[in-house]
Structure formats: structure tokens, C-alpha cells
Design a protein around this ligand. Structure first.
Ligand SMILES: Cc1ncc(C[n+]2csc(CCOP(=O)(O)OP(=O)(O)O)c2C)c(N)n1
Length: 365
């Protein structure tokens, strides 16, 4: 029996900035002060905006909310690597990418208040709205990337998902299709430790998620997802590779969901406070603060000005976002199909009939 090795594969892990704010000088020197300043603004904006939305839910002003806390570097680092015409296909925990895409913050408040009009904004056609069915957005993203290729457009698609999505068929179908058609797409997995109450080691047997790309014939890479510099570098390279016609990349961004799964969850029922405390030491926002302060990249005045701007912008967004007139509930049936299928039409009519009954009852009381 003859045996020869027919393939050899490996996965690289990239990091630039450690938890104490120290950097690999050679890798960090490629970032301009303007870029660092932009990262600082968005990291802090995301942290504060996320806290505000969480508090709005707690005080009964908006509905269920999925926190981003802990995943700021993963989102801001990758979001800032995109060009305006690139396609952003989110799951439901990507508040940060909407911010880097310039989505008006009042619309984000409105969206998390259950108003489907908000993210259907015609000015933001290259940003899709939230996707709740896990992994379904991966196939949509692959379709978008295929369309860009057929139309010979230079836009790249980036699709976000958690590690839980990698257990779904949609993820694998999308990966295979993207590889076979050599599509301009980046698969961005936010490996945040938990899929609701399922830990990663119960989700899969593989050591990395990045290695799943090898099975389909393209590159997978792992990055410290709490290191905004590394995430930005790795994503920029993957995006430009896709843009130049060299096909897909899978990025495994290792981070941690510091909050509960959503405001309907209590994560201390399935994970320990010690585990959360351990990850607090690797906090992406604190780490970046240490880096810019240690290296005098931003002055105290520059940082304070940014914090004041952030507070003002968030307050204005909340006031505007909560101030809009409530949408017609029938609105949620729109913009799903070009021609509404009969089944959906029936559901719409059923809902409207029920709302009418409730309204009449309220009037009688
Ligand atoms: C197809 C499908 N199955 C189950 C659910 C219920 N569900 C909502 S979020 C979630 C976990 C998702 O975990 P992951 O993909 O890792 O993303 P994360 O929440 O960690 O960001 C599940 C199972 C769903 N929304 N869609």
C-alpha cells in the first residue's frame, strides 16, 4: 500500500494589540493618526450607544434588544475596512457595522423599536436589514456577490454570523457556492463563545472555525476579535483580495459576548461570573484606550471632545428615533416579496381583523 501526502493545511492567527495596550510596532505602524482617531470614536460610540439601547429596553421604551458589548473591535475593525458600495449583510448583533456605514442613529433606535420602515431606508441600499433566521443571510449574501460578479461590478459582499450559524446547512451551501463560483465575498464569523446557552465546544468538534474554509477550497484565517487593529488589517486584506477577483475568505474573529444573549436571557443560568470577569480583562475598548494613551496618539482634549460629541449624537438619536409616529402594523408584510404570496396575504388580513377587534374592545371599555 503506497501512501503519499496530498495536501497540507494550516490556519494562522493574527493579533497586533494585546490586552495591556502594547502593540507589534511593525504591524501597527501602518495605521495613520486619522485611522486611529476614527477607530477610537466608533469603538466608544458603539459601547455607549449599545448601553443606551439596553437601558431603553430596561425602562420599557423599546422591545427586545441584542447587546453588542465585548464585540466592539470585531465590528468596528471590520466595518471600517469596507468601501461605500460594498454590500453589508448582517445577522442581528451588528450595530457597530451600521454605525461605520453611516446609518442614521435615529433609524437604528427606530429599528430596535420594531419599526420595519427604519432599515428599509432607500438611501442605504447596500446595507441589508437584520436577519433573525440563523445563517439564512449567508445564502442571500452569496447571491448578492454572484450578481456583482455577473454585472462586473467591483463591489464586495461581507456577511456576518455567529459560530452557531456554522452548524446550519445554509452556511455550508453558501461557502461551497462562493468557492465554486469564485465570488467576491468575505464570510465574517463573530465567534463570541456562546450560541444562546450552547458553548462553542458543544457546537462543533473542530479546533478552529477558519479551517472549515479549507474544506471548500479557500482561505480561512483566525484573528483576535478584541484587537481592532488586527481585525481591520485582516478584513481589509480579505476585502481587497475579493475585489481583485481572487475569491472568498472566511474570517474567524475570536471575541466574547459580555452581555446576555438578548434582554430576554439571563446568561448566569448557564455561564459563570468568573468566565465573564476573565474576558473583561481582554475588553476591546479598554485595550484601545490604553494603547492611544500610552503612545500619546490622542490628547485628553481630543478624547474628551469625542466623548462629548458621542453623548450629544446619541441623545439626539434617541429623541428623534422614539419621537416618530408608530407604523401601520401591516407594514411588516411589505418589502419581503415583490408580489405578496397568498399565504402572507392571508396572515396580513388575519392580523388586521384582530387589530380591529382589539380596537373596538378598547373603544367600548
Ligand atoms: C434557524 C434558526 N434556528 C434557531 C433560532 C433561534 N436562535 C436565535 S439566536 C440563536 C443563537 C445564535 O447563535 P450564534 O449564531 O452563535 O450568534 P450569537 O447570538 O452568538 O451572536 C438561536 C439558536 C433562529 N433564530 N433561527
Amino acid at each position: 500500500m503506497a501512501q503519499e501526502q496530498v495536501g497540507q493545511f494550516g490556519i494562522n492567527h493574527v493579533s497586533i494589540l494585546d490586552k495591556d495596550g502594547n502593540v507589534d510596532e511593525k504591524l501597527a505602524s501602518g495605521f495613520t493618526k486619522e485611522q486611529i482617531s476614527e477607530m477610537y470614536y466608533y469603538l466608544n460610540l458603539l459601547r455607549k450607544f449599545d448601553e443606551k439601547l439596553f437601558n431603553l429596553q430596561r425602562s420599557g421604551k423599546i422591545g427586545t434588544y441584542a447587546q453588542t458589548r465585548g464585540q466592539e473591535a470585531s465590528e468596528i475593525g471590520s466595518g471600517l475596512a469596507l468601501k461605500e458600495n460594498d454590500w453589508f449583510v448582517p445577522s442581528f448583533r451588528e450595530l457597530g457595522i451600521y454605525l461605520t456605514r453611516g446609518t442614521p442613529k435615529n433609524l437604528l433606535v427606530q429599528a430596535w423599536n420594531g419599526d420595519t420602515r427604519a432599515l428599509g431606508n432607500p438611501n442605504h441600499t447596500h446595507n441589508l436589514s437584520l436577519s433573525i433566521p440563523i445563517a439564512s443571510q449567508c445564502v442571500h449574501a452569496t447571491g448578492i456577490a454572484w450578481a456583482s460578479k455577473i454585472k462586473k461590478e467591483k463591489d464586495v459582499t461581507i456577511v456576518y454570523f455567529g459560530e452557531g450559524a456554522t452548524s446550519e446547512g445554509d452556511f455550508h451551501e453558501a461557502m461551497n457556492f462562493a468557492a465554486v463560483f469564485n465570488l467576491p465575498i468575505v464570510f465574517f464569523c463573530q465567534r463570541n463563545g456562546w450560541s444562546i446557552s450552547t458553548p462553542t465546544n458543544k457546537e462543533m468538534k473542530t479546533e478552529t472555525i477558519a479551517q472549515k474554509a479549507i474544506a471548500y477550497g479557500f482561505k480561512g484565517i483566525q484573528v483576535d476579535g478584541n484587537d481592532v487593529l488586527a481585525v481591520n488589517k485582516v478584513t481589509s486584506q480579505a476585502i481587497e483580495k475579493a475585489r481583485s477577483g481572487d475569491g472568498p475568505t472566511l474570517i474567524e474573529s475570536i471575541t466574547y459576548r459580555m452581555g446576555d444573549h438578548t434582554t430576554s436571557d439571563d446568561s448566569l443560568k448557564y455561564r459563570s461570573q468568573e468566565e465573564i470577569n476573565e474576558w473583561k480583562l481582554k475588553d476591546p475598548v479598554v485595550r484601545f484606550e490604553k494603547y492611544v494613551t500610552k503612545n500619546n496618539i490622542l490628547s485628553e482634549e481630543e478624547k474628551n471632545n469625542m466623548h462629548q460629541t458621542i453623548e450629544k449624537e446619541i441623545n439626539e438619536a434617541v429623541e428623534q428615533g422614539l419621537g416618530v409616529e408608530k407604523p401601520d402594523p401591516a407594514q411588516m408584510f411589505e418589502d419581503v416579496f415583490a408580489k405578496m404570496p397568498e399565504m402572507l396575504q392571508e396572515q396580513k388580513e388575519e392580523l388586521l381583523a384582530e387589530l380591529e377587534i382589539i380596537k373596538n374592545q378598547e373603544e367600548e371599555e
